[in-house]
Design a protein around this ligand. Structure first.
Ligand code: F6P
Length: 540
């Protein structure tokens, strides 16, 4: 695929077209077409996308759509929704869309309709959550479980933590949810310092139930609970979310307290599976169902909207446009919502673990750059930090700006100011400010070179009415399918993550070295010297 990608007629046409874009500035494109800000928009699943402030013309979109067609996007999309084994390097389906299918739907993978299993787990999660909320499920001493600690990392953490913050306005009043991901014991202590084991429920979330960080923290939590409440308390204070039932049993947990999911759910695509148990405990089963409905609405939009009006397709193709035709290395996610503070971190894993690949699906080196570096912070914080580089630096950084019409706090005036900043930034990025305007304003001539903002910095603006569970689901599914679209264009497997394995294996070797006091170090000279220094000095 990689060789033929650059040989596709649409790829050639896009390269030619890119040359013609050198002379174009967004100022002129907007001046030439008074309808541009209305025409380059699309809507779906409650989300409104304004992509008019991108470095594009009608021809760009036509060619990008042609590229998607020539890469077989529709066929690949159909294969994903049909539960086919599209994660070829791991021999699995990527069937996360089945997690949000309505009860009664029929979705087959591996010859089996998986919807009944999904619904069964959701029902068990709901029943458990209700019992915790109304006190029927209490701690070993009979005290109410008011604190939930999710122990998990990567896909077993980033989604739940992001959702806990994002759905702040929908939280159950008596539930406090916290997260331990890092193997650094400092986080364990920080999270548990003010907790009483008698009131604390741990969710051990791990798809594989082998991840070093999670298993280490799970054992620390177990010891912490047992020290205060005794061995018998484990059953009341621990539940697990995993695909590895055997390993959970070996940990000493009752199978009744396991909420399962399946190998066709990738870790970074799992926040709407049982990995969302902490989310459901936080917001309740009804709001969790709304979250799933939001995901589903975007799935339907992705499957049915024409490519040129399809939000995930447009977002994905625009990423390809900048990544491959402008050489953009990074992409910023800038939510104008304090509650979405962890969205950039979540999308970092979703996009970079999915599309950070150097070979195509057949194992051949790719011929073009793949997944961009994803980063970001909430506006307006970022405006007073790194936006300077976006406005006047030498690098092109396409930005996704995300905002909501309705406030997330009762402070309406502050919301107006927040949104004013969002709209103003999109405007400033696109149009900048030239020397003529500065002179007209009486700027000192010597300062003009420093003050000119060139503009022509592309951005997407994603606007929704309110940050509800459904909106959150739609936003996440939007990015999932945008990542998929990009992966299809590049011909890569967006659903494996072999690159993270090597570090895990080497860490085990280093652990053994540390445990035997460095007696038989067999690393390179740098690693050996570092380990020796660490071993000599670790006791202070
Ligand atoms: O670090 C890689 C990874 O496998 C991620 O893909 C995954 O989300 C994370 O580790 C956690 O894995 P698990 O849920 O199996 O503990």
């Amino acid at each position: 695929m990689s060789q033929s990608l650059t040989a596709l007629p649409s790829w050639h046409a896009l390269e030619q077209h890119r040359q013609s874009m050198h002379a174009q500035h967004l100022r002129e494109l907007f001046a030439a077409d008074p309808e541009r800000g209305r025409r380059f928009t699309a809507e779906g699943a409650g989300l409104y996308l304004d992509y008019s402030k991108n470095l594009i013309t009608d021809e760009t979109i036509t060619l990008l759509i042609r590229l998607a067609e020539e890469c077989g996007l529709a066929k690949r999309r159909a294969a994903m929704f049909a539960g086919e084994i599209i994660n070829r390097s791991e021999g699995r389906a990527a069937f996360h869309c089945a997690l949000r299918a309505p009860a009664g739907a029929v979705m087959h993978t591996g010859g089996e309709n998986v919807v009944p299993q999904v619904q069964e787990v959701l029902a068990r999660m709901g029943a458990f959550v209700d019992k915790v909320h109304d006190g029927r499920w209490s701690g070993a001493t009979g005290q109410r479980l008011r604190h939930v600690v999710n122990i998990g990392i990567g896909g077993s953490y980033l989604g739940p933590e992001m959702a806990w913050r994002a759905l702040r306005n929908f939280r159950h009043a008596d539930m406090d949810v916290r997260f331990i991901a890092n193997i650094d014991g400092a986080q364990f202590l920080d999270v548990t310092v003010d907790l009483d084991p008698a009131e604390t429920l741990f969710i051990i979330s791990s798809k594989t139930f082998t991840t070093l960080e999670t298993m280490t923290n799970a054992h620390a939590a177990r010891a912490w609970v047992v020290a205060k409440l005794g061995e018998a308390a484990v059953a009341r204070h621990f539940v697990a979310v995993s695909t590895n039932t055997e390993a959970v049993r070996a940990f000493g947990m009752d199978p009744e307290h396991i909420f399962g999911f399946w190998d066709w759910v990738g870790g970074r695509y799992s926040m709407d599976s049982a990995i969302g148990l902490s989310t459901m405990l936080a917001v309740g089963p009804r709001h969790f169902a709304e979250l799933l409905a939001g995901f589903r609405a975007m799935d339907e939009h992705f499957q049915t909207a024409p490519l040129a009006r399809n939000l995930p397709v447009l977002l994905g193709l625009l990423s390809v446009w900048y990544n491959n035709f402008f050489g953009a290395q990074t992409q910023a996610i800038l939510p104008y919502a304090h509650d979405l503070a962890r969205l950039p971190a979540y999308l970092q894993q979703l996009q970079m673990e999915s599309n950070g690949k150097g070979v195509d699906e057949t194992g051949q080196p790719v011929a073009v750059d793949t997944g961009p570096i994803i980063w970001g912070e909430p506006g307006t914080d970022g405006q007073h930090s790194f936006y300077q580089l976006i406005h006047q630096g030498t690098r092109l950084i396409p930005c996704d700006l995300i905002g909501f019409c309705q406030p997330l706090s009762p402070l309406q005036n502050q919301h107006d100011l927040l949104m004013a900043n969002l709209f103003a930034q999109a405007e400033a990025l696109a149009f900048g400010k030239g020397a003529t305007d500065l002179r007209a304003e009486g700027a000192a001539e010597a300062q003009i070179p420093f003050r000119v903002c060139p503009g022509n910095r592309p951005s997407n603006l994603l606007l929704a009415d309110a940050l509800s569970p459904a909106t959150l689901g739609a936003i996440i599914a939007l990015y999932e399918h945008s990542v998929f679209t990009q992966g299809v264009i590049w011909g890569i497997d967006s659903f494996d993550q072999w690159g993270v394995e090597l570090g895990k294996i080497l860490a085990q070797r280093v652990v053994a070295d540390i445990q035997d006091g460095g007696k038989s170090l067999r690393h390179d000279s740098s690693t050996n010297t570092l380990l020796q220094r660490y071993l000599q000095r670790r006791e202070g």
